[in-house]
Design a protein. Structure first.
Length: 345
């Protein structure tokens, strides 16, 4: 876990891993999408502008969805809502917001929405592949406990560790995975010293910083009975899923492209919806939902319900794309324009 890559000299500002991976994902996706758009004879600058707007909208939307979903974490400290660099985003919220902004922008530019969305769908999966690596470095979007050899342990004080030492009624967990004694918890006092708490109230207090623990306690949480349990690296599963789907979608795009614009984008919605639904079964961070008229799967997470909607919408997009003829000439997207021969025939 490396939420901070390095500190900028003299400025004393750290560069966050998640932000770096998002930027790398954006640049890689933009490079690929511009190449694909050029083969269609479209203006790559239009796509570049659309990608920038989508990135901004996606970050805002992902943060808004997280804050709404976990609003109890921000009670009394609402200014932290804007601290995106501290982590805390929901990918599906960002995707939905970005799609809306893209649709509005392409509509204004009078471009083929289906054609551009096909290319953007491929780029989105590349971006997710990079972005989820950033989630792994930050320690968010974590998985359930596992004994598998590739399970990973996160450090003391991480989001994973905090989850394991507290009950989580929203996930039907009345007891913590790790029952830390009360002397690992406390309340920061005005003089900088930590005030003790009793056993019944320990889960209402703060986990003490590692440096405030005794040498014996530090050993217990580092290599003893209270160290973090191994969990599924669901962030890396999601990253591999993003890169794999990008490759599959690229193959679909080469096959359909101009002839059936929209098929690739619809396939992305279906494939990502299905894989995200099952990846959620391995995660241990999102609460289960039971109330809400819009829920299709009561007892699942918000992401699982959103995944079902993505699948249904993807089916509609593919059906429309197969029914609606392409407004463009039927030229293979992979084909490059042939050079005219200088010889007369």
């Amino acid at each position: 876990m490396h939420p901070e890559l390095f500190e900028i000299p003299f400025l004393h500002q750290t560069v966050k891993s998640w932000g770096v991976m998002v930027v790398l994902g954006f640049l890689a996706a933009l490079w690929l999408m511009r190449r694909l758009v050029k083969t269609l004879g479209e203006d790559p600058d239009i796509l570049g502008n659309a990608a920038v707007y989508a990135l901004i909208a996606g970050v805002i939307g992902a943060r808004v969805f997280f804050v709404v979903h976990h609003r109890d974490l921000f009670v009394g400290r609402w200014m932290e809502v804007f601290a995106v660099w501290q982590g805390g985003v929901e990918l599906l919220g960002g995707v939905l917001t970005a799609l809306l902004v893209l649709w509005l922008y392409l509509k204004k530019q009078k471009r083929s929405i289906r054609l551009y969305f096909d290319v953007l769908a491929i780029g989105l999966m590349v971006g997710i592949g990079f972005g989820r690596i950033g989630c792994f470095f930050s320690g968010c979007c974590f998985g359930k406990c596992t004994d598998l050899p590739w399970g990973v342990r996160f450090p003391y004080g991480s989001l994973v560790y905090q989850s394991q030492i507290h009950p989580d009624p929203k996930r039907h967990r009345d007891k913590p995975y790790l029952d830390l004694p009360a002397d690992f918890f406390g309340i920061p006092g005005p003089d900088g010293k930590w005030l003790p708490v009793d056993e019944p109230n320990k889960h209402n207090a703060y986990l003490k910083p590692f440096e405030e623990l005794t040498p014996e306690q530090q050993k217990q949480v580092s290599e003893g009975p209270y160290r973090c349990l191994k969990v599924h690296p669901t962030q890396l599963y999601s990253s591999a899923n993003g890169f794999l789907l990008a490759a599959v979608l690229l193959g679909l795009w080469k096959k359909f492209g101009r002839m059936r614009p929209g098929v690739t984008a619809g396939s992305m919605l279906i494939l990502y919806g299905i894989t995200r639904f099952f990846l959620e079964t391995l995660r241990d961070d999102n609460p289960f939902e039971y109330s809400g008229f819009w829920l299709l799967y009561r007892g699942g997470t918000i992401s699982q319900n959103m995944a079902i909607y993505l699948i249904l919408f993807g089916i509609c997009v593919i059906a429309y794309s197969l029914w609606k003829p392409s407004p463009l000439p039927a030229v293979s997207p992979a084909a490059s324009p042939k050079k005219k021969s200088s010889k007369s025939k």
